[in-house]
Each structure stands twice: as C-alpha cells, then as structure tokens.
Design a binder for this molecule. Sequence first.
Ligand SMILES: N[C@@H](CCC(=O)N[C@@H](CS)C(=O)NCC(=O)O)C(=O)O
Length: 205
Amino acid sequence: MILLHHLRVGRSMFTVWQLEELGVIYEIKIYHRDPATFRAQDDLKAVHPLGKSPVIEDGDLMLAESSAITTYLLEKFDSDNRFSPPRSDLQDWATFTQWLHYPEGSVFMPLLMNMLLTRSGEDHEALGRFSDKEIELHLNHIAKQLGDNAFILGDSFSAADFGISYVVSLARRLGQIDAYPVLNAYLERNLSRPAYLRALEKAVE
Ligand SMILES: N[C@@H](CCC(=O)N[C@@H](CS)C(=O)NCC(=O)O)C(=O)O
C-alpha cells in the first residue's frame, strides 16, 4: 500500500488529491512544520535525507519529488489514461510532461522568492524586481494557455492540473492573482472537485 508522508501546509496536499482522484487505497502520515521557522522538523528528516514532502513509500520504493511521484502513480494506477495522454500519442504526451514539470521547474522559484522577501520585511530591490517580473511572466503564460479552456490541456482535467493548481494557489496566497479572473476561476473549478474536498478532510489532523 502507498504510504504518503504529508507535511502541512504545502504541496503534498496536491499528492493527497491525486491519490483521491486515482481512487488509490493509501495511508497518510501527517507532519507539522516548526512554528518558528516554518521548516520541516526532525521527524520528516528521519524519513528521507532531504526532509521534504511529498515523499511516498510503496514497498521497497521510497520516492521524493512531486512530479516524479505523479508520474509513478500514473504508471501504476492509471493504465486506462484517465489523467494523461498515452505515450503512443507522443506529441500530446510530451506537451503533458511539459505542463507537468513546469510548475516545479519554473514557476515555484519566483513565488518562493516573493514569499521569503515578504516574510523578511527586507528590501532587496533587484531580487524583488526579478521575482515580480518572473511571476507576471508565468501567470500570464498560464492564463493564456488556459484561455477559454477549463483545464491546462484543454477541456479535460489531467494530472498536469495538480501542479498548476498548486502554484496558482500559492500565487493566490501571495496576493498575486487578483488581476487574473481566469486563474481564480481555474482554482475554484479544481479545488471544488469532490476528490480535492475528500483530500482536504484526510489531510488534516
Ligand atoms: N521539488 C520538491 C520540493 C519539495 C519541498 O520543498 N517541499 C516543501 C513543502 S511544500 C518542504 O518539504 N519544505 C520543508 C523544508 O524544506 O523544511 C517537490 O516537488 O516535491
């Protein structure tokens, strides 16, 4: 059975959601951040050397990195391709992997910079200018890709929507999406899915 090590509050919420969408039977172990530093604590570091979440265990396999976990879960539990195009449709599959890896590979970093700068209360003009521009670039890119579509790949929900929802929800927490009705509507649509609501109930302690 899959065991998910879930740190509150953070991106592993989106792994709980995936497990719910896939209908997988899983266990969840919940960890809490250090209230002073907001970092993971020793209990999570005892699970994996990086001390980060999500991490899953499946038998002998211990797997970190949210996009790798998504790929593994799809390979194992989505043989009828409900959440991704089949690899035989090479172009669609490649486009899917691009949107799967984009949130973590490109969008998260400037959002993190913004969060750290805000928390520090310090003025780092060059960094602030860089992260603001990058956030704008990425939010525009996501909004444009969505256009009139309900989901990031078009009419159908796919596993690429987990990571995109994560970064858009983080941007919302940072007060960055007020000017993007498309992104607000996208989040409302995804975060009201029954599987997400079930995940919310399971991921609290
Ligand atoms: N690239 C990793 C990032 C994992 C990560 O940084 N997770 C955060 C939670 S959102 C974490 O565990 N932070 C705790 C810490 O670094 O102390 C992934 O996609 O899973």
